[in-house]
Design a protein around this ligand. Structure first.
Ligand SMILES: Cc1cc2nc3c(=O)[nH]c(=O)nc-3n(C[C@H](O)[C@H](O)[C@H](O)COP(=O)(O)OP(=O)(O)OC[C@H]3O[C@@H](n4cnc5c(N)ncnc54)[C@H](O)[C@@H]3O)c2cc1C
Length: 295
């Protein structure tokens, strides 16, 4: 029934698909289906069908902050990767679809001499995932440049929400805990110097290469920054650098990252993250919380 619906509506899909291929941690079992709507209208149709038929689903962008359990996902993973619209509006605004990779958007803005999102360069997620997480780096957060966000609400209606109602805070947005599908966002930027923007982007990319274990699969920083502390420093102070369970390891290069040494399972990663949280709390009294989302 689902397969017929996807085929008849020309919605690209993959069946019995390994979620290792769709998450940067490269772990997890299979999803019954991965559906890749090409625009918001296909997404509306798909969500209506899934809700009407009570089929379980989970939305992902590039899967760079999410891991799926080893027994997989008995439902539909809806992936935004095909929602790649980028429309410049006037001199300084741009609408970007949920599936536009942050790096692609940053490069495009730089080519248009627009500044305001360059600190996101190197974040391996898409616009939709970035908004959901309020991704940020090097002193900036994606919400700084947001004007309004377009989404599909719980009744499958397309709506927009003003930035002031998005409840953005550190790695938090109104989209967390809502049954909404972000379809895109209008960003408001500033005219800047093309060369200086590029220089800044190259500098932060180099800082990432120097400090982060980019050669190993991960979900970036595994823990949120606890108020007044740095998770990586606490983890290192507790002697946990390099500590491993199965194929999951606290990175030797950056203690805030849990990495997949090659053969990690989702269970290894969860067990290691929980062990780290426990030891850090016992030794320092500071509670650290996972940033990655376990489905
Ligand atoms: C090497 C590395 C470095 C990283 N560096 C940073 C960093 O500097 N700063 C930072 O903040 N993060 C960083 N991350 C984490 C991650 O890239 C960000 O959280 C990113 O914003 C997630 O985007 P995504 O598209 O991959 O979302 P996903 O991981 O696919 O999804 C994350 C959450 O958003 C939800 N979601 C995704 N798209 C939608 C949508 N369209 N509508 C509704 N919900 C949606 C998902 O359901 C999920 O709950 C890093 C990750 C890696 C692997």
């Amino acid at each position: 029934m689902l397969k017929t619906f996807l085929t008849e509506n020309n919605i690209p899909f993959l069946e019995n698909e390994s979620l290792k291929k769709h998450t940067t941690f490269k772990v997890g079992g299979n999803a019954s289906f991965v559906a890749l709507p090409e625009d918001k209208f296909q997404a509306v149709k798909l969500l209506k069908f899934l809700k009407e038929n009570e089929i379980k689903y989970y939305i992902i962008g590039r899967g760079s902050n999410v891991i799926f359990r080893d027994n997989g996902f008995d439902g539909v993973v809806v992936k935004t990767a095909n929602m790649q619209q980028v429309d410049y509006i006037g001199e300084t605004a741009v609408f970007a679809g949920a599936g536009v990779p942050m790096n692609v958007l940053c490069k495009s803005l730089q080519e248009h001499s627009l500044e305001g999102l360059e600190f996101c360069y190197g974040i391996p997620g898409n616009v939709g995932g970035g908004l959901y997480m309020n991704a940020g780096a090097y002193g900036g957060e994606i919400c700084n440049a947001v004007c309004e966000v377009e989404y599909i609400d719980e009744n499958c209606e397309i709506r927009t929400i003003d930035v002031k109602d998005c409840d953005f805070a550190y790695r938090h947005s109104v989209f967390q805990g809502k049954d909404w599908f972000i379809t895109g966002c209008r960003f408001e930027l500033k005219k800047g110097d093309k060369d200086k923007i590029l220089e800044f982007m190259e500098d932060i990319m180099q800082r990432r290469i120097d400090k982060q274990p980019l050669d190993k699969p991960s979900a970036g920083s595994s823990f949120k920054r606890p108020a007044g502390y740095f998770a990586a420093a606490l983890i290192e102070q507790c002697g946990l650098k390099g500590c491993s369970i199965g194929g999951a390891q606290v990175s030797e290069k950056h203690s805030g990252f849990i990495v997949n040494k090659g053969d990690a399972t989702c269970s290894d990663i969860v067990a290691l993250a929980e062990y780290v949280e426990k030891v850090v709390f016992e030794k320092t009294g500071v509670a650290i919380e996972k940033e990655m989302i376990i489905v």
